[in-house]
Design a protein around this ligand. Structure first.
Ligand code: GTP
Ligand code: MN
Ligand code: MN
Ligand code: MN
Ligand code: MN
Ligand code: MN
Length: 224
């Protein structure tokens, strides 16, 4: 199913200003700046048990990778795709192909991994009322559990100083109803990374809409 079918019915925490989904290439062409980010994730049949004191109802071990950025916020690997900014293609497929190359280049710069990756395009959006400034494009790439394990140390030795840490997203909520995903969502996120994260969790069926909504609501309360 497509992410467009899963419009976030709520404003994610830390982001009072919402983002508008965009599938209009004419509009994209007019935009001077384009950034593309990528969610690397994996799914394993292994049972999941991070914390022996509490049962966590998550049958499959799903890992979603996010990075701690130099500015202290969480985000996905990726960045500005200068390639399209300097030479905008005339067709959408060419444009997507350049974005795909750009996001792979950024992934390699930031994580020392994934040069030959062909991530799948998910959706684009722009900050409300700022469509003339920056368009944010989102990609996804599912890895095998072994690949996920192998890349976990790569960003530490990459030549880029933009990444100061890596994180897996906790996809569960512990018995107190706060620890786990709700607590994670109270962090600061770059751009609309939190929306990209939650939409992707819904699209891939990792959690139900009810679970995501609940985690968001608790996070919002924790932030008050
Ligand atoms: P340089 O390599 O130093 O040029 O930076 P970059 O190209 O890696 O750019 P960066 O990753 O900082 O992202 C560019 C823009 O996208 C910035 O305005 C960020 O606020 C925003 N941004 C950063 N991470 C994310 C993310 O995960 N999702 C979204 N939607 N936006 C992000
Ligand atoms: Mn332990
Ligand atoms: Mn970068
Ligand atoms: Mn970046
Ligand atoms: Mn860059
Ligand atoms: Mn850079």
């Amino acid at each position: 199913s497509s992410v467009a079918a899963h419009k976030c019915p709520w404003t994610p925490p830390n982001h009072p200003n919402s983002f508008v989904d965009c599938d209009d290439f004419e509009m994209m062409k007019k935009c001077p700046y384009h950034a593309a980010h990528l969610m690397l994730w994996s799914r394993d049949e292994k049972p999941f048990s991070p914390y022996r004191l509490e049962e966590i109802p998550l049958p499959m071990q799903t890992k979603i990778l996010m990075q701690v950025r130099f500015d202290g916020s969480f985000g996905f690997p990726g960045g500005f795709v200068d390639e399209v900014e300097s030479n905008m293609p005339s067709t959408f497929p060419e444009f997507l192909s350049l974005l795909q190359q750009g996001v792979s280049r950024e992934l390699f710069e930031e994580m020392n991994f994934g040069k030959d990756m062909r991530p799948s395009y998910v959706y684009s959006c722009y900050p409300t009322g700022k469509e003339e400034q920056v368009m944010l494009h989102f990609f996804m790439c599912q890895l095998s559990p072994a690949q996920m394990k192998a890349i976990s140390w790569c960003s530490i030795i990459s030549t880029s100083d933009e990444v100061v840490g890596l994180s897996l997203v906790p996809l569960f909520t512990l018995n107190d109803g706060r620890r786990g995903l709700p607590t994670f969502l109270t962090n600061s996120f770059a751009g609309n990374a939190v929306e990209q994260l939650l939409k992707s969790i819904l699209t891939e069926g990792i959690l139900s809409e009810e679970e995501v909504k609940k985690a968001y609501q608790v996070a919002f309360q924790l932030l008050q």
